[in-house]
Design a protein around this ligand. Structure first.
Ligand code: FO1
Length: 300
């Protein structure tokens, strides 16, 4: 079975890691790059790195991003120099950003560089950026106006949102569109629909390709709260509805063949699977991935 997963950061990466072990067939992961930023002059791609580190078994389990056991001496040294220290780049993590920055500067495309990094770290799944072109997500906030994504999330700690601004120009990576066309099943991780999934699905050709596939998404809202991040506050601000799995399903607007929710979170409007969706351990990831694939097979 050919599976394509669309992923944002932490929740998506954990599910993808379970899928990589649950599947004998091939797994392609199309990753949001709307969160990418330049910090200290370095090209940072947080969601690509989170997916890559998690698949390589190198990620920090507690934080969900960065490398497990990393240290932050360079960050302390930058702080001492009076440089920005609100974005915590780990010492070993810097190797990835230095490599990416040099590669992009000499003209290597982001997808080729990502494949090279994944090979070096022993990642077997195919990890693709959603686009080789910059596609920055901007967040329009009540308190600060328009902010680049990481400044909104990390520097200002996710203040109230008025709207999300996604760029019009970027093209989807052709290999990502090909993978979607060839997929038996597309799985959308328990990621934030507004800022992790829509930057991908809004690229020209993606929604069209998805409309011809079995698409199953997982709810990032459990019992009215976000598993991680600011989604529970974003839903009422952006849609007027209280945060719920139902509100997430409605945001996907007919894109889904099926929706996986937490037990007790009933939804109307799509076939659903209610199960334990919180991934605390590696075993949880594998069990959930198997259940999602079984559910998707039943929808085919
Ligand atoms: N998240 C934070 O909350 N604080 C940080 O200082 C931070 C640094 C960071 C560095 C590298 C990286 O790959 C991710 C990092 N993240 C940090 C996570 C990131 O901001 C978000 O989780 C994703 O962009 C959302 O998917």
């Amino acid at each position: 079975m050919k599976v394509v997963a669309l992923s944002g950061g932490v929740g998506g990466a954990r599910l993808v890691e379970g899928l990589s072990r649950a599947l004998d067939g091939d797994l392609t992961v199309v990753v949001n790059t709307g969160d990418d930023c330049v910090h200290w002059g370095l090209a940072i791609a947080p969601d690509l790195d989170t997916v890559m580190y998690t698949l390589a078994g190198l990620g920090d389990d507690a934080r969900g991003w960065g490398l497990g056991g990393d240290t932050f001496s360079a960050l302390a040294a930058m702080r001492a120099l009076g440089e920005a220290s609100w974005f915590s780049l780990g010492d070993r993590d810097l190797a990835t950003h230095l490599t990416r920055t040099a590669a992009l500067a000499r003209g290597e495309p982001l997808d080729a560089l990502t494949a090279r990094l994944c090979r070096a770290l022993g990642v077997r799944a195919r990890v693709l950026p959603m686009s080789n072109e910059p596609a920055p997500t901007l967040v329009d906030t009540v308190a600060h106006g328009l902010l680049p994504f990481q400044e909104w999330l990390v520097l200002h700690r996710a203040p109230e949102v008025r709207r999300i601004v996604l760029p019009d120009g970027p093209r989807a990576l052709p290999a990502a569109l090909d993978a979607l066309e060839a997929a038996d099943v597309v799985v959308i991780g328990p990621s934030n629909p507004y800022v992790s999934v829509e930057p991908i699905t809004r690229l020209p050709g993606v929604r069209d390709a998805l409309s011809r596939r079995i698409v199953v998404a997982l709810s990032p809202i459990v019992g009215g709260a976000a598993v991680k991040g600011p989604l529970a506050e974003m839903i009422p601000a952006l849609s007027g509805a209280p945060p719920s799995a139902q509100a997430v399903l409605e945001r996907y607007g007919g894109l889904l063949s099926g929706f996986v929710v937490e037990r007790g979170d009933e939804v109307r409007g799509a076939p659903s699977l209610a199960t334990d969706t919180i991934m605390r351990t590696r075993d949880d990831r594998l069990r959930l991935a198997r259940e999602v694939l079984e559910f998707a097979r039943g929808l085919a």
